[in-house]
Design a protein around this ligand. Structure first.
Ligand code: AGP
Length: 607
């Protein structure tokens, strides 16, 4: 869950490395460092804290044209100056940066210590550096290959050596790694955002591959030294898309982008006249998909919440039994996968370790595996049998917002696509996609109420416990609202199916406790109204998300936020927007770092 970057070329490396680290900071931000190589010289600068701290320490006039940079999310050893990357071997001539977890580091460390090696840090990464140092006999690529034969675990890593100042050796197993191709220079990064300012031409390093990179060439081989040829691909995102564009935070920018990002997500995929959905990514597997007897949706965090809405949609529109699974549980519970099982993995980054492993498990057991992914070219996109991209553009804020509504939109499109091949009439499909096509504009109307939502945040930002309640399609939305508040404002919040309250959680309610209730029109409206009175009779302060025109509810709630009317399966696309904004404004009022909340990272590439 770290960010790594490398540069080997003709230009001074340090400004390129630091700018790249700034763009990777959302991947991990508890410590950072750089290594610069020149003939017979290796300089390492590293520190606990953000990139802004490292920037104070590095010499921007340094002329070295080869270097590595790393921003960390600690797994082994506390975030401090010693455990920060890069790590060097005992000779101090080899430096390593690493994203991932070495599982046999303890055994290797004991072996190396018995061999006289003294370790400086508590990290698993230093074990790799010491191993490479042990094997190094003048050929860095060879030493890295020998070292990796001893290592088990996951890595996206890069190595430099003072004896080979124009060479970077990199390797990948489980953690993302791309090479940026340019004239007379090459870059290396965990994701495209870090190198977009220099090139859009990239090569995706595959699992089990080693890359030897110089200013003029890159060479890919397997761990067993078999040459690998890879195509150079073009990244579709622009630099502008990963800039703040005048917003105070990426999260606010991405919330406000949703009318456009969902329009992009729908573009070319719905035919209102025919009542048809077109998903090019599913064409080759449509026959098998239509024969599906059992659907399983898998993901983590926000993606799991989207999958939960997807479960309701697929069952309603296709009548195929559908389950939703936490990927981290699914991969270890000996899941029942038989002929006719389709597993749909949902992930913004396409790099979440548990989601990848669950997909691999399902595939090995014979399921058709599909991906719902945002990052083009990501590992999940390349290892699933087929899939659908969100096309909502890069999401930088750690708290997922536009990717969530993008995931809901794609799952709605897939459910309708499959539903039309099952029992859904052309009329029902037309009504469904017509309502879907109105969502981007309807969201715009909600975003215009942002100031009212700031009032709600001002009123309750000091409360340490919140509850979120919803029914049916809006139960997952309640979970998502609670997660947004938790992850960026550090307030303890719980999302619940409203009817579950009476079975225990209602005991939590005290005078003035904020309780967000999603009470939009629908088959369970009357039930949710009685849940509201249960809350109020225990002194809870109700913040109701209601359907425009519902005057009655204003008498039952301290605050009412209105959203336009739409079909029940699509309501989460509208009701989540006020919840995103309430969480955002509450976090800002509490002085939290909205885009880089403590202890989190944008993509969880380790188990
Ligand atoms: C959501 O705001 C969080 N960043 C987190 O729960 C996230 O949804 C989860 O880690 C899954 O990430 P993915 O969609 O990239 O797989």
């Amino acid at each position: 869950m770290c960010g790594i970057i490398g540069y080997v070329g003709r230009r001074p490396a340090i400004p390129i490395l630091v700018e790249g680290l700034r763009r990777l900071e959302y991947r991990g931000y508890d410590s950072a460092g750089v290594a610069l190589v020149a003939p017979n010289d290796l300089q390492v600068t590293k520190t606990a804290g953000r990139i802004s701290v490292l920037e104070q320490m590095v010499d921007f006039s340094a002329s070295q044209t080869t270097g590595l940079g790393h921003t960390r999310w600690a797994t082994h050893g506390a975030p401090n100056d010693i455990n920060a990357h890069p790590h060097t071997d005992s000779s101090g001539r080899i430096a390593v940066i690493h994203n991932g977890i070495i599982e046999n580091d303890r055994a290797l460390r004991t072996f190396l210590e018995r061999d006289g090696v003294t370790f400086k840090s508590e990290t698993d990464t230093e074990v790799i550096a010491q191993l490479i140092g042990r094997f190094y006999k003048g050929d860095l690529e060879r030493a890295v290959r020998q070292a990796l034969h001893e290592v088990s675990g996951t890595y996206g890593m890069a190595v430099v050596c003072a004896d080979e100042p124009e060479v970077i050796v990199a390797a990948r197993k489980g953690s993302p790694l791309i090479i940026g191709v340019n004239h007379d220079e090459h870059l290396l990064a965990s994701d495209a955002a870090a190198i977009l300012a220099h090139t859009k031409h990239v090569v995706y390093v595959g699992d089990g591959e080693i890359a030897r990179i110089t200013p003029t060439e890159y060479r890919l081989t397997t761990l067993d030294a078999i040459p690998v040829t890879k195509e150079i691909e073009e990244v579709e995102w622009s630099l502008e898309q990963i800039e703040l564009a005048g917003y105070e935070h990426f999260m606010l920018k991405e919330i406000c982008e949703q009318p456009t990002s969902l329009a992009d997500c729908l573009r070319g995929r719905i035919d209102l006249r025919e009542g048809a959905v077109h998903l090019g990514g599913l064409v080759d597997c449509t026959r098998e998909l239509t024969r599906a007897k059992h659907l399983i949706l898998s993901g983590c965090g926000t993606a799991w919440h989207a999958a939960l809405v997807g479960e309701y949609m697929f069952e309603e529109l296709t009548r195929i039994p559908t389950e939703v699974e936490y990927a981290s549980e699914f991969r270890y519970r000996n899941p029942i996968i038989d002929d006719g099982t389709v597993v749909i993995s949902v992930s913004q980054s396409g790099e979440t370790a548990d989601t990848l492993a669950a997909q691999t498990e399902a595939k090995q057991r014979g399921a058709l595996t599909l991906g719902v992914v945002n990052v083009v070219g990501s590992t999940l996109a390349r290892q699933t049998d087929a899939g659908v991209y969100l096309h909502v553009g890069p999401e930088i804020g750690v708290a997922s917002t536009k990717a969530f509504t993008g995931q809901l939109t794609v799952l709605a499109l897939m459910a309708c696509y499959l539903g039309r091949r099952k029992h859904m009439s052309p009329g029902a499909a037309t009504e469904f996609i017509t309502a879907l096509s109105r969502i981007p504009k309807q969201i715009n109307g909600i975003i215009e109420q942002a100031d009212d939502l700031k009032v709600v945040a001002q009123r309750y930002a000091d409360r340490e416990n919140w509850l979120y309640l919803g029914r049916g399609y809006n139960y997952p939305t309640a979970l998502e609202g609670a997660l947004k508040l938790k992850e960026i404002s550090y307030i303890h919040a719980e999302g619940l199916p409203a009817a579950e309250m009476k079975h225990g959680p209602i005991a939590l309610i005290t005078e003035g406790m904020p309780v967000v209730v999603i009470a939009t029109e629908g088959i369970q409206y009357d039930k949710i109204v009685s849940n509201i009175s249960e809350v109020r009779s225990r002194g809870g302060s109700v913040i109701a998300i209601a359907t425009e025109g519902n005057k009655e509810i204003a008498k039952m709630a301290e605050h009412v936020v209105y959203v336009p009317e739409t079909l029940e399966p699509l309501q989460p696309l509208l009701t989540v927007i006020p919840l995103q904004l309430i969480a955002y404004h509450t976090a800002v009022l509490r002085g939290c770092n909205v885009d880089k909340p403590r202890n989190l990272a944008k993509s969880v590439t380790v188990e």
